[in-house]
Structures are given as C-alpha cells and as structure tokens.
Design a protein around this ligand. Structure first.
Ligand SMILES: [Zn+2]
Length: 295
C-alpha cells in the first residue's frame, strides 16, 4: 500500500520542466489529488533554481548516499540540503518511512525522448514502470548503475525513479516535453490508485530495458581538457546501436575517432551536465526484466 507519494522538481536548478510542473501543482493541488493516497510536491534546490544552475556546491542528485547523509562534517549547500530533505522525504537510513514513492523530474540536453532512469529494484517500482510503458509506448527505461551508486533523490524512498526528458536546453521550457512529463506523472498517479485497490493490475510479465554498462569519456589531453567532440553521426543517437567502426568522436583537427567494441546502445549522448563528470555518453545493453505481479 502506497500512502504517500512525492513529486520532486528542481533537483537540478536549470531543469525547468520539473520546476514549473511543481509550481503548477502547488497552485492546483486538485490535479494530483487521488482518493487512496496523499501526493506532495517539493521544489528541491531553491537556491540553484534561483540562480538557474544545476547546483551550488555539488550535484544534489548524487548527495543521498547513506555515508554522506550520516557524515556531519559535510557542510556545503547540497550536503546540508540533502540532510534536510531526507528528514522530510526519507528517511533513508532509518525504519521510519515518510514517503513511500518518489518520482524526481529531470530534463536532459541529450535526445533521450521520454525516458525513465531507475536504480531501484523494488517490485512496486517495476510494476509502475511496466504500467507506464503500456500507457506510453514511446517511453524508454534506463537501468542506471552510473557514476555514484544509490545517491539519487529517489533513493530516499522505498520505491521510485527519475523521469528524464529531452532534448531540452538547460534553463529552457519546451511545451511538448512539459506536456509529456505531466501526462506521465498522471499515469503514475493512476497506477498507484489501481495498485492500492483490492484488484491487482494485469501487467506484462517482462519488460525491455536498457541496462547501463559503462560511461564513455571524451578523448582528453595531458591536462584533462577535451580534444574531441561527439561525432556528428553520433549526435542525437540516443537509444540507437553503435558497432565496431562507427564514428564516435571528431577531434578539433577534424579527425574521426571510431568506436571499438561490442555492439551497444548509446544514451545521454552529449549531455551538457556530464562534461564535468567526465563522460560523453553511456553505453547500455538491452535486457529483459521480469515483472513480479502482485498476488
Ligand atoms: Zn537533472
């Protein structure tokens, strides 16, 4: 039974879709009201939102590891904020559950379309995703095991995931992607309402998802500066295959660097926020995940 769900926006202050959806729902709470559970909204990083930047001191969406949450010596803006948010929406690291499900709203500059980034393994999380895929056939699912484990906003709750939509520039609202994100959240609320009812939902037994394999960094010089761009033939090619010999990067001197490896799917291609993290894209494999139906 899900008693409380949180919709979080503005975890990254320059991703406006989530910021303005949360503002919309704060003004019109009826839109997200359902009979069997409570929905709350939260503008996560208000200082970063004000400054229209991803974060102030460190990435808030990498600040929820158990070790960081319990480390009193971490005192920068996001480290402190993460602890406050965990008191409100967690509480990760305790038996007390204030929120059962968190959906965290993001946008990406990569051409990811409408996608879900999930690292939670709970059956409820995966049933909700299976339901959303039935409702929105264009939805793609990325099972993340990326740069830092279990430090996402949604990891504060027993169930949850992030919605990523793109391509949208940082600091920009795009009506088409705003509406798609909004519709997906309403489907999620409908799912929870159905999951909470006596009659179990009929869901597919399997789901096709993209499982994270590796992060690919840009070619860099000896001081760490990038010396190549994502190749124009790879640009916008999210959720498409790359195989041995395909153009991957273009050096500043106009030389093509090709991909050498097994066939994989490329995701988060040329995401603006990942230049500093040291990756140009991620590689994933398509797998099938079993959905545990409720008895
Ligand atoms: Zn984000």
């Amino acid at each position: 039974m899900i008693k409380k769900l949180a919709i979080t926006g503005g975890t990254h202050g320059n991703e406006l879709t989530g910021v303005y959806l949360v503002k919309k729902w704060k003004k019109n709470p009826k839109l997200i009201e359902r009979s069997s559970f409570e929905t709350v909204t939260e503008l996560m990083n208000k200082q970063a939102i004000k400054e229209v930047r991803r974060y102030v001191d460190q990435d808030l969406n990498r600040s929820f590891s158990l070790s960081d949450l319990s480390n009193d010596e971490l005192e920068n803006h996001e480290a402190k904020l993460a602890k406050e948010l965990n008191e409100k929406l967690g509480k990760k690291g305790s038996d007390e559950v204030k929120v059962d499900f968190i959906v965290d709203l993001h946008t990406t500059t990569a051409n990811m379309g409408l996608s879900i980034v999930v690292s939670n393994e709970s059956a409820t999380t995966w049933r909700s995703i299976a339901y959303l895929c039935e409702m929105e056939p264009e939805l793609k699912v990325y099972k993340w095991k990326g740069d830092i484990e279990n430090a996402f906003v949604d990891s504060m709750a027993p169930h949850g995931f992030a919605i990523e939509v793109g391509a949208v520039p940082q600091g920009v609202l795009r009506a088409d992607l705003f509406l798609k994100t909004e519709a997906l959240v309403y489907h999620l609320l409908d799912y929870v309402e159905k999951e909470n009812s006596a009659k179990p939902l009929e869901l597919p037994h399997e789901l096709e998802v993209y499982e994270h394999e590796v992060l690919v960094d840009y070619p860099r010089d000896e001081v760490g500066d990038i010396v190549a761009m994502v190749h124009k033939e790879r640009q916008d090619q999210d959720f498409t295959t790359i195989k041995q010999g395909d153009p991957l990067f273009l050096t500043l001197d106009n030389e093509t660097i090709v991909y050498e490896g097994e066939p994989r799917y490329t995701l988060f291609v040329n995401e603006a926020a990942y230049y500093e993290k040291g990756f140009a894209m991620t590689l994933a494999q398509k797998i099938r995940v079993t959905i545990e139906n409720r008895k």
